[in-house]
Design a protein around this ligand. Structure first.
Ligand code: GLC
Length: 436
C-alpha cells in the first residue's frame, strides 16, 4: 500500500492525461470494435494491414497538442483487441513495421511525448482476436464467436500467454522508462491468474519498478476488482479505471481509504476513429468533468482516435484547444489538487491543494456568493485564479442573517452587467488561514 502511494504520487498530481486509440481499425473508421461487431474474419481484415500507411503521422504534433491542453501524460494502444501491434515485436509479423507504414509507432510516440515533457504509458490488450491460440467459438467477444468452423478447434492457451508475457517484456525492456501500463481487460473466467498475473507483475516490476499498472488484470470498466477490498491481490493494480462514468462519491476501499482512480472517457462515442460519429462533448463540459474527477480524488484520461492518415480529427483538436485555453489560466486548480474535504457547494465544486482551496463557480449567484462549508475565520485572501485579481470578501448589507458563512462578491471582478448564464472560467483561489 505504501509502495502504491509512492508509485502513484506523480499520477495523483498530474490529474489529466491523453488516451490514444489507434490501429488498423482507423481505416474502416467504424470504431475499434469493428472486427467483433461485424464479425470480420482474419483474412478479410488483412486488407487494412496491407494498406496501413498513415502519411500524416507526426507524434510531435500530438505531443504539442496534449501539452497545450494541459495534459501531463499520454497512453497509446501498443496492441488493441484486434491483435495488431504498433511496435516492432519479434514475436509476430502482425505489426506496423510490416505494413507499408514501416515504422515502430510506439517508439516514435514515446520519444515525442518525452521530448515534450509528457509521461508515457502504453495500453496492451489482453484480448487478441488475431492470435490462433485465443479462444474463439465460446468467447463472448471474438469475431468468430459461435462460428461452427471454430467449434471443434483446439487451442493452446498457454502458448497465447507465453506470447502475451513475451510482448509485455518487449514493451517494458525496449522503450525506455514507462510511467503507465494499461492492461485491458478481464472478463468471465479470464481474470487474474488466468493471465498468470502474478508472474506478469513480477516480470514488469523486475524491469520497471516504478511503472503504475491499472486494475484490469482483474477487472474491466464494469467493476474494480480487489483494489477496493481490505486486502488487494498482488495484481490488483495501482489505480481503478472507471469507464465512461464518474464514480458518484469517488472511490474508497472497504476500510474507507481513498483509492487512486482515473476516469477513461471518449470525446465522442468511440475510442477508435469513427468517421460518422460527430457527437463530440464540448470543451466546457469536459473541463467541468475534469474538475468533478479532481474534486472526488480522481484523474481523467481523455481519448483521441487518430484517423487512417495519423491525424487527430479536427473536432478533437478544437476540443483540446478549448480545454487548453481554460487550463492555461486555471491549471493550478487541477494539478496537485484533490478532495477538498468539504461538502459540494450548490454553485459548483471545490478542489484543494493543501492550504489553497479552489472554488469552481459554475453558476452565477444572485448577489453575494456563499462559501459554504467554510467559517469566516478560515478565509484569507480570495483571488480570481485566471488573472490574480482580488475578489472582495466580507459582509454586505444583506448577508448579516447567515451567521458564520463567509461571502464573496463576484461583482468586484465580473461587474454587475454580466450575463446571467453559467460560468466556465470562474475559479476562485482561497488561501485558508492557518493552513499555509
Ligand atoms: C473497453 C473497450 C476498449 C477500450 C477500453 C478503454 O474495455 O474494450 O475498446 O480500449 O475500454 O477503457
Amino acid at each position: 500500500m505504501e509502495e502504491r502511494a509512492k508509485r502513484t504520487a506523480w499520477f495523483q498530481q498530474a490529474r489529466f492525461g491523453l488516451f490514444v486509440h489507434w490501429g488498423l481499425y482507423a481505416i474502416p473508421a467504424r470504431g475499434e470494435w469493428v472486427r467483433s461487431r461485424e464479425r470480420i474474419g482474419v483474412e478479410e481484415y488483412e486488407r487494412y494491414f496491407r494498406e496501413f500507411d498513415p502519411g500524416a503521422f507526426d507524434p510531435r504534433d500530438w505531443a504539442r497538442r496534449a501539452r497545450a491542453a494541459g495534459m501531463e501524460y499520454a497512453v497509446m494502444t501498443a496492441k488493441h483487441h484486434d491483435g495488431f501491434c504498433l511496435f516492432d515485436s519479434k514475436l509476430t509479423d502482425y505489426k506496423s513495421t510490416n505494413t507499408p507504414c514501416g515504422r515502430d509507432l510506439v517508439r516514435e510516440f514515446a520519444e515525442a511525448m518525452r521530448a515534450e515533457g509528457i509521461r508515457v504509458g502504453l495500453y496492451y490488450s489482453l484480448l487478441d482476436w488475431h492470435h490462433p491460440d485465443y479462444p474463439k467459438y465460446a468467447d463472448p467477444y471474438h469475431p468468430m464467436r459461435g462460428n461452427p468452423a471454430f467449434e471443434k478447434e483446439k487451442i493452446n492457451f498457454d502458448r497465447y500467454l507465453a506470447y502475451l508475457h513475451g510482448q509485455v517484456e518487449e514493451l517494458v525492456t525496449g522503450y525506455g522508462q514507462l510511467d503507465i501500463l494499461w492492461f485491458d481487460f478481464s472478463y468471465d473466467s479470464l481474470r487474474g491468474e488466468a493471465w498468470k498475473a502474478t508472474e506478469l507483475i513480477d516480470l514488469v516490476r523486475r524491469h520497471q519498478p516504478d511503472v503504475i499498472i491499472d486494475n484490469r488484470l482483474e477487472a474491466s470498466g464494469e467493476g474494480f476488482g480487489s483494489i477496493v477490498s481490505e486486502t488487494p491481490a498482488y495484481f490488483a493494480g495501482d489505480f481503478a479505471s472507471p469507464e465512461q462514468i464518474i464514480p458518484p462519491e469517488g472511490i474508497r476501499d472497504a476500510l474507507g481509504r481513498p483509492v487512486p482512480w482515473e476516469l477513461c472517457v471518449t470525446m465522442n462515442n468511440n475510442w477508435g476513429y469513427c468517421a460518422a460519429d460527430r457527437d463530440y462533448k464540448p470543451a466546457s463540459l469536459l473541463v467541468r468533468k475534469l474538475t468533478e474527477c479532481v474534486s472526488k480524488g480522481g484523474n481523467m484520461i481523455l481519448n483521441v482516435g487518430p484517423d487512417a492518415e495519423g491525424r487527430f480529427p479536427e473536432e478533437s483538436c478544437r476540443v483540446l484547444e478549448g480545454i487548453g485555453r481554460w487550463m492555461e489560466k486555471n491549471a493550478r486548480s487541477i494539478r496537485g489538487c484533490g478532495y477538498a474535504e468539504l461538502p459540494k457547494p450548490e454553485w459548483g465544486r471545490y478542489t484543494r491543494n493543501g492550504g489553497r482551496l479552489y472554488a469552481h463557480v459554475l453558476e452565477a449567484p444572485i448577489g453575494p456568493l456563499a462559501l459554504t462549508g467554510l467559517r469566516k475565520s478560515q478565509v484569507g485572501s480570495v483571488r480570481l485564479l485566471s488573472d490574480g485579481s482580488e475578489v472582495l470578501c466580507g459582509d454586505s448589507w444583506n448577508t448579516g442573517a447567515y451567521g458564520d458563512i463567509p461571502f464573496v462578491s463576484l461583482d468586484s471582478v465580473r461587474g454587475l452587467s454580466r450575463s446571467w448564464t453559467d460560468y466556465d472560467d470562474i475559479v476562485l483561489e482561497i488561501r485558508l488561514k492557518g493552513e499555509e
